[in-house]
Write a protein of this length. Structure first.
Length: 290
């Protein structure tokens, strides 16, 4: 009697409906835990990266604000932009992890229920083909969205201008950068674009970074030479990512020195500033002695 009862309970416990419910519950719990862990890990790694970049140079690190914004973006605004990018990227990675967990769960269910997935693919091939084509575009949108966050191409609050194949370029304020699409608002309406449609974007909220370089001049040296030497140093060893924008403005506040106002595509790091000044002064000295 007892053995029959145990056998009956075993059959109920391991019946197909119970297995399905148990797996679904396990997947939901696992996905939530994975999302929580991924958020914590990415935020902690980002925090360490930011602390390390501040100790080395303010403009280095994966999560740095790569281009300053027009109208004098403050440090607090820059930190807020960083947090938005970190939260958005962690959300995208956690969604990918959840998708992988569900795919594995479906494969396990097919195996437990002795269902051959090839049956569905062969009997409804057009559905599989449609999913494959649609999935290809979604993967492209997903990877493009990650690149937008990592590279700081644009973010919430930036004004962008993009050619999306319409009669006129689209210009508006970025409202949201999602998993697969970006929301842009203009004066008339809200526009929704897949992320891959905004691969070529002009960010009107980003501006060039201004710097003033003070150089020591040898005796009887033309101050105008300093600007020409600085422009020639861009792209040389150790300065390959220095790109000057616009014209230089030079002045000589005191004898033997010159101040050169320059604009660069991104803020100069302290090492770059020192390297630019040192090489320019050495070149001026060599020219004077020669």
């Amino acid at each position: 009697m007892i053995s029959q009862l145990l056998s009956w309970l075993t059959d109920i416990t391991f019946s197909a409906p119970f297995v399905i419910v148990a797996i679904v519950i396990a997947v939901v719990v696992t996905a939530r835990i994975a999302r929580f862990v991924i958020h914590r890990v990415i935020r902690r790694l980002a925090r360490r990266s930011l602390l390390a970049s501040r100790e080395a140079a303010p403009s280095t690190g994966l999560w740095r604000v790569r281009s300053s914004r027009i109208d004098g973006e403050t440090g607090e605004t820059g930190e807020q932009r960083r947090r938005q990018r970190i939260d958005a990227a962690s959300g995208m990675v956690s969604h990918l992890a959840s998708l992988l967990i569900w795919i594995i769960a479906v494969i396990v269910l097919f195996h437990l229920l002795d269902i051959d997935p090839a049956f569905f693919l062969s009997s409804a091939g057009f559905i599989g083909a449609g999913l494959a084509i649609g999935g290809q575009h979604k993967v492209n949108d997903y990877l493009t969205g990650l690149s937008v966050h990592f590279e700081d191409r644009y973010g919430v609050g930036d004004e962008i201008r993009a050619d999306v194949g319409w009669d006129q370029p689209v210009q508006g304020i970025v409202d949201h950068v999602g998993l697969f699409s970006t929301r842009v608002g203009d004066q008339r309406s809200t526009l929704h674009f897949p992320n891959h449609a905004l691969t070529s974007v002009r960010n009107l909220s980003q501006e060039a970074a201004s710097s003033t370089l003070r150089l020591r001049l040898p005796d009887s040296t033309d101050p105008g030479q300093a600007a020409e030497l600085l422009r020639g140093l861009a792209g040389t060893d150790g300065l390959t990512d220095v790109v000057f924008v616009g014209d230089f403005d030079s002045r000589q506040p005191v004898t033997g020195e010159v101040e050169v106002d320059v604009m660069t595509s991104r803020a100069l790091r302290s090492r770059q500033r020192d390297r630019l000044i040192g090489r320019a002064e050495q070149a001026l000295l060599d020219s004077a002695e020669g």
